[in-house]
Design a protein around this ligand. Structure first.
Ligand code: ADP
Ligand code: MG
Length: 257
């Protein structure tokens, strides 16, 4: 059984068909890249899967259940995790406290004032930080972290909810090439160990081709390719969209269907 099955998913904003009858699946344990030029509809797809946006039509099945249009918290509780920016309100907390809070939240423990529960889940939080290489930074204020460390903290927070499927929309945005590779290497190792399926977007084609098990390509809301790195690289439409300039695929939007 597939982890996630999307069928004929559509969403328009005014006259713009941001996602247009898209169908694909995420297989168990798969590291699946969703790529496409800016404005292709990648984030809109993610936001429908995680419940932040209700689709206009179509189906999203997760764990053998229809989740399209369910509230995002319910989708998260069912096992669809995502990386998200460390919330601005929590920058005053330490690194380990942020992970403890995620563990508390996942355990359904009510968040009534943080301090009285300051030791809850601390050991597990430290363990998770160790796994993402952040054990040493546990007691630092989150606001002091370098950008790459914030990304690793976000990943630890996402793992805290023990997702079956993890959605990562541009997890390496704003990172230097070396940092990107390091983060994706870490992410892939830890999700493979846990059997978590991942759907991710990423701008660097080098990273996509090196790490993705399979690649699906969106352009102007439509799915134009679905296959392994070789098939996608050799796909004529994808080449028009991506490789025409050899550099920036944004410039090739005018060639899209
Ligand atoms: P991507 O993540 O691939 O860059 P998006 O999903 O963000 O693409 O956007 C797809 C299209 O939908 C774009 O044309 C974008 O301008 C439009 N769009 C996305 N979100 C909204 C919104 N909340 N309101 C209006 N238009 C939107
Ligand atoms: Mg986006």
């Amino acid at each position: 059984m597939n982890t996630l099955e999307i069928a004929n998913l559509s969403k328009s904003f005014g006259g713009v068909r941001a996602v247009d009858a898209v169908t694909f699946a995420v297989r168990p344990g798969e590291f699946l890249a969703l790529i496409g030029p800016n404005g292709a509809g990648k984030s809109t797809c993610f936001n429908m899967i995680n419940g932040q946006l209700a689709p206009d039509s179509g189906s999203i099945r997760f764990a053998d259940r229809e989740i399209a249009g369910l509230p995002s918290r319910m989708i998260w509780q069912l096992g669809v995790g995502r990386t998200f920016q460390v919330a601005a309100t929590f920058v005053s907390m330490t690194v380990v406290e942020n992970v403890q809070l995620a563990l508390l939240s996942h355990a359904g423990e009510i968040f009534r004032g943080w301090r009285p529960v300051a030791r809850r889940h601390r050991e597990r939080a430290l363990e998770l930080l160790g796994e993402v290489g952040m054990r040493e930074a546990a007691e630092r204020a989150s606001r002091e972290l370098a950008y790459g460390d914030i990304k690793r903290l976000e990943f630890a927070i996402a793992l805290a909810s023990a997702p079956k499927l993890l959605l990562m929309d541009e997890p390496t945005a704003g990172m230097a090439p070396r940092e990107r590779t390091d983060l994706i290497t870490l992410v892939k190792r830890l999700v493979v160990e846990r059997g978590i399926s991942v759907l991710f977007t990423e701008h660097s084609m080098d990273v996509v081709f090196a790490f993705a098990d399979r690649i699906i390509v969106l352009a102007r809301g439509k799915l134009i390719a679905d296959g392994d790195a070789k098939a996608v690289r050799e796909n004529a439409l994808v080449q028009q969209v991506y490789f025409g300039t050899g550099k920036s695929f944004e410039r090739k939007r005018e060639l899209l269907p």
